[in-house]
Design a binder for this molecule. Structure first.
Ligand code: ADP
Length: 197
């Protein structure tokens, strides 16, 4: 199974992707985590990404598309994967479609986690306060607000893109974490039923 988890920063997609990957034997591929690892290791990609990430902008498409094209070819991805944080704009979505088509492969479903903006800002500010001076260079209030704005401008339109493709499943991300997991599982079963019928 090949899935995308779509949702704004603070929507809980990382947490949910981790739960679903364990239950379904999939691999969670977070471009954010991979880019942070590249920054920490000081690779060429990391050097390109560092400043861009710190201010909450998007790293160039060719960089993240290249990372995903390589990573999805590794042996542990054979049973499927969850893309978490990719694609983040229409150009990346089109590159992903092209990559999968070249492999005679396709996406099974896109899970969109819907969360109110007001709730997100509260979560985001809480996270910024908790991590002040802490782990992530982009978890300060300014960069988080920027990431939310970038999400609305560039990433949110992907819901329409995948709705047109007939594979969008929207889940209420305002519920508590366990309830959201149950909703995602239900959405994935719906998908399996669709396949059978
Ligand atoms: P969050 O979803 O909490 O904002 P992520 O860990 O997914 O955080 O991403 C952190 C940062 O990494 C982004 O703000 C962006 O700079 C960069 N990044 C991650 N994925 C992509 C992508 N697909 N395209 C461009 N930049 C990305």
């Amino acid at each position: 199974m090949k899935l995308i988890f779509l949702g704004p920063p603070g929507a809980g997609k990382g947490t949910q992707a981790e739960r679903i990957q364990t239950a379904h034997g999939l691999v969670q591929l977070s471009t954010g985590d991979m880019l942070r690892a590249a920054v920490a290791a000081g690779t060429e990609t990391g050097q390109v990404a560092k400043e861009i990430m710190a201010r909450g902008d998007l790293v160039p498409d060719d960089v993240v598309v290249g990372i995903i094209a390589d990573r999805t070819q590794e042996a542990d991805c054979a049973n499927g994967y969850i893309l978490d944080g990719f694609p983040r704009n229409v150009a990346q979505a089109e590159a992903l479609d092209k990559m999968l088509a070249e492999r005679s492969d396709k996406l099974d479903a896109v899970i969109e986690l819907k969360v109110d903006d007001s709730a997100l800002l509260a979560r985001i500010e809480g996270r910024a306060a908790e991590t002040e001076g802490g782990a992530r260079a982009d978890d300060n209030a300014d960069a988080l607000k920027k990431r939310l704005a970038v999400y609305h401008e560039q990433t949110a339109p992907l819901a329409g893109y995948y709705k047109n493709a007939g594979i969008l499943r929207t889940v209420d991300g305002m519920k508590d974490m366990d309830a959201v997991t149950v909703e995602i599982e239900a959405a994935l079963e719906l998908k399996e039923t669709d396949n059978a019928g």
